[in-house]
Design a protein around this ligand. Structure first.
Ligand SMILES: Nc1ncnc2c1ncn2[C@@H]1O[C@H](COP(=O)(O)OP(=O)(O)OP(=O)(O)O)[C@@H](O)[C@H]1O
Length: 263
C-alpha cells in the first residue's frame, strides 16, 4: 500500500468509525442456513475481498448488508448507525452501493447517458422539470466518472455495442454516482479476459481513498491485488481472515480453495 494511501486511511479511521459492522448475523432460507453467526467489521476506506466456493454465502452476505434479504437474526451497522431495520434505499442514502452479477445497464442508451442518468438519479434536482443544460453539474460528474473507469474512448457508444469488460467498467461508474462510501462489488471480474482483469484492478486501486469496498471474487489473483484484507467464507461461516499474503500462504485455505478447482 502506498504511503499516501496509508496516511489517508489513518485520517479516515482516526474518526473512529467503522464503515460496516455485522454482529452475529444469520440468514435462513427455510431449513437452509445460508449465513451463520457472522461477525465482521470493515474500517472506513478499507478494501476487503470475500472469497469462498459456490454456495459459501457470499451473495447472501451482500444481501444482508444491503437489506435486499435482511438477516434472520443479528444486527447490521453502517458508519456507526444501526440499519438492520432500514429499507434498501435508506442504506443507499447513507452511502452504500452495490453491483450485481447480472447487468442492470440501459442497452439502448450511450455510455455517457447511462452515467448521466445515474448521476441525475441521486441528485437533489432529479424532479426538476427544467430540461438539463450543459451546465448541469450532473454532466460534469458524469464526465469525471467516465474517465475514472477508463471509458473515455467509448463515451458515445451504445451499451449494447460494448465489450463485456467495458460493460463491467460502466457498472462501476454507476456505483460511483452520488457520494458512495462503501461499495459492494459482486464478482466484477466474472467473464473478463486477463487484460480486462488487469484494467479492472487498476480502476479499483485508483478509486478515491475515502471509498471503501468489499469485492466478491472467484479469481484469487484479482482479489488479492484489489484488496488489503481478505475474508474467506465456507458453508455460511467465516473460515479465515487476514492480509492477502496470509490468506495466500495459509495451508488450510490452499487445501480448501485448490481442492475445489479454483486458483
Ligand atoms: N433466495 C434464496 N432462496 C433460497 N436459498 C437461497 C437464496 N439465496 C441463496 N440461497 C442459498 O444460500 C446458500 C448460499 O448462497 P449464496 O448465493 O449466498 O452463495 P455464494 O457464496 O454467493 O455462491 P456463488 O459463488 O455460487 O454465487 C446456497 O445454498 C443458496 O442456494
Amino acid at each position: 500500500m502506498s504511503t499516501s494511501r496509508t496516511d489517508a486511511l489513518s485520517r479516515l479511521q482516526g474518526a473512529g468509525r467503522f464503515a460496516l459492522e455485522l454482529e452475529a448475523v444469520s440468514r435462513h432460507f427455510g431449513a437452509l442456513v445460508a449465513l451463520a453467526d457472522i461477525n465482521l467489521t470493515v474500517r472506513a476506506g478499507e478494501r476487503r475481498a470475500v472469497l469462498g466456493s459456490n454456495g459459501a454465502g457470499k451473495t447472501t452476505l451482500f444481501n444482508a448488508i444491503t437489506g435486499d434479504y435482511p438477516p434472520t437474526t443479528g444486527r447490521v451497522r453502517l458508519f456507526g448507525e444501526d440499519v438492520t431495520d432500514l429499507p434498501v434505499h435508506e442504506r443507499i442514502r447513507r452511502g452504500l452501493r452495490r453491483t450485481y452479477q447480472i447487468s442492470l445497464l440501459f442497452d439502448g442508451l450511450s455510455v455517457i447517458d447511462n452515467i448521466y442518468l445515474a448521476c441525475r438519479g441521486v441528485s437533489r434536482r432529479r424532479f426538476s422539470l427544467k430540461r438539463p443544460g450543459r451546465d448541469d453539474s450532473a454532466f460534469h460528474t458524469a464526465e469525471t466518472l467516465l474517465s475514472a473507469v477508463h471509458l473515455d474512448d467509448a463515451r458515445d457508444m451504445l451499451v449494447a455495442a460494448l465489450s463485456h469488460g467495458q460493460q463491467r467498467q460502466l457498472e462501476i461508474a454507476l456505483a460511483l454516482a452520488g457520494a458512495p462510501r462503501l461499495i459492494l462489488f459482486d464478482e466484477p471480474a466474472a467473464g473478463l479476459s486477463p487484460t480486462e482483469r488487469t484494467e479492472l484492478v487498476e480502476i479499483l486501486q485508483s478509486l478515491p481513498d475515502h471509498i471503501g469496498y468489499i469485492i466478491i471474487e472467484h479469481d484469487m489473483d484479482v482479489a488479492l491485488r484489489a484488496a488489503e484484507s481478505v475474508t474467506m467464507m465456507h458453508n455460511g461461516r467465516i473460515f479465515k481472515e487476514g492480509t492477502p499474503e496470509e490468506i495466500e500462504n495459509d495451508p488450510e485455505v490452499q487445501e480448501l480453495y485448490l481442492g475445489q478447482g479454483h486458483g
